[in-house]
Design a protein around this ligand. Structure first.
Ligand code: FMN
Length: 187
């Protein structure tokens, strides 16, 4: 596997994925004026990637060479779509795939996606496995999640870390009950 994560100098300077903000245009501007070590796409729904609205959804996956290394961040609930998405993202030339398991927006939480997966470990596990199977060791798969749902939860951290040691994991703060249904853009 060509794992760009292993080639980066530490600390790693990343432009965080931001819905409706970090599209290809913004990334190109940032690449010119203060290029980070890694770029991410906005989070992209895997169900949408294989729906009638595929053309609209795929706008999120447009990029230029100036934005490398570029990780496609995806979210959803159906493991088979993660499998297909991983294959498609490899064909599209992405350098890595990131699984969003941290967004608290009410719309995704209600579907049981993103940080909703923190309360459904069997499905979280299936999604990680399906994505890694689709990625076939060609590009790295990472998970962006939180340290816990209501409080720091070491069993979740252990669960994610235990899913596969060849995955890269990035953790951030705890899911706050106060953000549920409010922080629509605070993935
Ligand atoms: C407008 C906005 C949109 C965001 N969209 C996403 C997203 O699509 N995927 C994601 O993983 N995080 C998303 N986030 C969260 C950020 O990536 C980041 O984790 C968060 O802002 C905390 O970063 P900080 O610790 O550097 O402040 C979003 C945040 C903001 C403010």
């Amino acid at each position: 596997m060509k794992n760009f994560w292993n080639e980066l100098n530490k600390p790693i300077f990343i432009l965080a994925p931001m819905e409706d903000v970090t599209d290809t245009v913004l990334r190109q501007v940032i690449a010119r004026c203060g290029k980070p070590a890694v770029f991410f796409t906005e989070f992209t729904n895997v169900e949408g990637m294989f729906s009638k609205g595929e053309r609209l959804v795929s706008q999120r996956l447009r990029y230029t060479e100036a934005e490398r290394p570029l990780v496609a961040q995806i979210w959803g609930t159906r493991p088979e779509n993660f499998f297909k998405a991983a294959k498609k993202l490899i064909d599209m030339g992405f350098d890595g795939i990131d699984l969003n398991m941290g967004c608290p927006a009410s719309g995704v939480m209600q579907k049981g996606a993103c940080s909703g997966l923190m309360n459904n470990r069997p499905l979280a596990r299936e999604i990680i496995d399906a994505t890694k199977e689709g990625a076939a060791g060609i590009i790295p798969v990472s998970v962006k999640t939180r340290l816990g749902f209501r409080a720091i939860d070491f069993s979740w951290i252990t669960f994610v870390l235990g899913a596969d040691r060849s995955c890269a994991y990035r953790f951030r703060n705890v899911q706050s009950p106060g953000t549920l249904g409010q922080a629509e853009n605070s993935g």
